[in-house]
Every structure is written in structure tokens, then in C-alpha cells.
Design a protein around this ligand. Structure first.
Ligand SMILES: C[S@@+](CC[C@H](N)C(=O)[O-])C[C@H]1O[C@@H](n2cnc3c(N)ncnc32)[C@H](O)[C@@H]1O
Length: 223
């Protein structure tokens, strides 16, 4: 497993400018994609939120799920500080546990969560890393649990795909420089997800051609 000190330092540095960067590149689209299916989630008791950065999705999750206890895992102390401030502002601090950890080695408690959230997080990993850690993240879900996935995806071939190639090249260069991201291009997350025991439950693929927000359920053996 690659040492991620450079990644931690990079995200610590980016924490204060992250929102500005996102607005410059995509306006409000990234955030619309984050929230696209939030109001369609059933009431849940426990959620695991992975790599939520400055906590904009976490904040909304606290608001829309007022009875939910949440564990938020992020490697970056500065990102977690942003999350804490947001959650404190809305009076939900007592419901959220903040864990500073490398998610690749974080010991996800099995069968404990109704919801696992990963927004623009899986694209931080190589395909090999995802093959190892995504099944462990999903093993945290109880039966009927929901995996809330938001990320960049490749549009179908055409000019949108060419546009995405340019954007992805720029973003990968930038994150490689700042955080040591090993990937040179966007991992095919659809292919990665297709290898998991997941059933697509809801999808909002029309927010932006490069972004997807989906709810999956874990496929129960024998069904
Ligand atoms: C690209 S940002 C996405 C932030 C946020 N989820 C969003 O919607 O914009 C990736 C986040 O994941 C965290 N992260 C990256 N690699 C990680 C790892 N191995 N373990 C834990 N957190 C990680 C970073 O610190 C950062 O906060």
C-alpha cells in the first residue's frame, strides 16, 4: 500500500480552497450531484461517510437524517476540521464521530451501517486498491443497506467524452501534483462497481454528463 503522507498533506493544504476550485471548474454541478438522491433515502440509523472533505454532503445528511448516527472517516485533519465546524453549526456534533484514518486500512465494522456514502472518493484510488478496499467498505452495510455513490464517470463516446478527457487530464495532473494521486486517468468506476454484489436502486445520471449519483443495495446471497 502506497504511503499517503503526501496525499494527507495535499488535502490538508487544499481544504481552504477546495470549494473555490470546485466552483471554478464545475459551478454548482458537483454539489447538485452530491445531493441528487439524498431526499430519496429512507430514514436510517447509522451511516458511514468516507472521504467527505469539507463536509458539505455530511452537513446535508445530518439535516435530512435527524436520527442518524454518523461515522465520518477522512485522512485529512484539516478536512475533518471543516466538517466539524459545519456539523457544529447545525447542532449535530453529538451524532457524528470523526475518524482521522487512511480508509484503505480502516477497520470497517461489518454489518453495522444502513448507509455507506462515498462522494468523489473512489476516484482517489487505483483499480487494485479499489479491488481490495471497496468490498470491505460495502461489508459495513447491513442487509438492505444502501451504498450512496457520487462520482465522475465517463460519458458515452462523442464530444462530451472528448470534453471529459480534457477535464480529467487537467484534474489528474493537478491532484497528482498536489496529493501524489497515482492515477493518470479516471478509473472506470462503472467497471469497478460492476464487480461488486450491488444492485442499482436509484440513479440520477442526468445532472451532468461527467457525474453520477446512484443508490445501490447490496445483493443478498440467494436472492
Ligand atoms: C476529492 S476529495 C472529495 C471530498 C468530498 N467527498 C466531495 O464531495 O468533494 C477526497 C477526500 O477523500 C479524502 N481521502 C483521500 N484518500 C483517502 C484515504 N486513503 N483515506 C481517507 N480519506 C482519504 C481526502 O482527504 C479528501 O477529503
Amino acid at each position: 500500500m502506497k504511503n499517503n503522507a503526501q496525499s494527507v498533506r495535499g488535502y490538508d493544504r487544499l481544504a481552504t480552497v477546495y470549494r473555490g476550485l470546485e466552483i471554478c471548474l464545475f459551478g454548482n454541478a458537483l454539489h447538485r450531484a452530491r445531493l441528487a438522491l439524498l431526499d430519496q433515502l429512507p430514514r436510517v440509523d447509522r451511516a458511514l461517510v468516507l472521504g467527505d472533505g469539507t463536509g458539505r454532503l455530511l452537513e446535508q445528511l445530518c439535516i435530512t437524517q435527524p436520527d442518524c448516527r454518523i461515522t465520518s472517516v477522512d485522512q485529512s485533519r484539516q478536512m475533518l476540521n471543516h466538517q466539524k465546524r459545519r456539523v457544529e453549526r447545525i447542532g449535530a456534533l453529538d451524532r457524528v464521530e470523526f475518524v482521522q484514518a487512511d480508509a484503505r486500512s480502516y477497520d470497517v465494522p461489518e454489518n453495522q451501517f444502513d448507509l455507506v456514502v462515498a462522494a468523489y472518493f473512489l476516484d482517489c484510488f487505483t483499480e487494485e486498491e479499489l479491488a481490495g478496499c471497496l468490498p470491505r467498505f460495502l461489508a459495513g452495510l447491513r442487509d438492505e443497506g444502501i451504498f450512496y455513490f457520487v462520482d465522475f464517470v465517463w460519458p458515452p463516446p462523442g464530444w462530451r467524452r472528448r470534453q471529459a478527457t480534457v477535464y480529467q487530464w487537467l484534474m489528474h495532473r493537478f491532484f497528482r501534483w498536489q496529493t501524489g494521486l497515482p492515477n493518470r486517468r479516471l478509473v472506470d468506476l462503472n467497471a469497478v462497481l460492476a464487480k461488486q454484489s450491488l444492485v442499482l436502486h436509484r440513479s440520477a445520471d442526468r445532472i451532468h454528463p461527467m457525474m453520477a449519483c446512484r443508490c445501490y443495495r447490496v445483493q443478498t446471497v440467494g436472492v
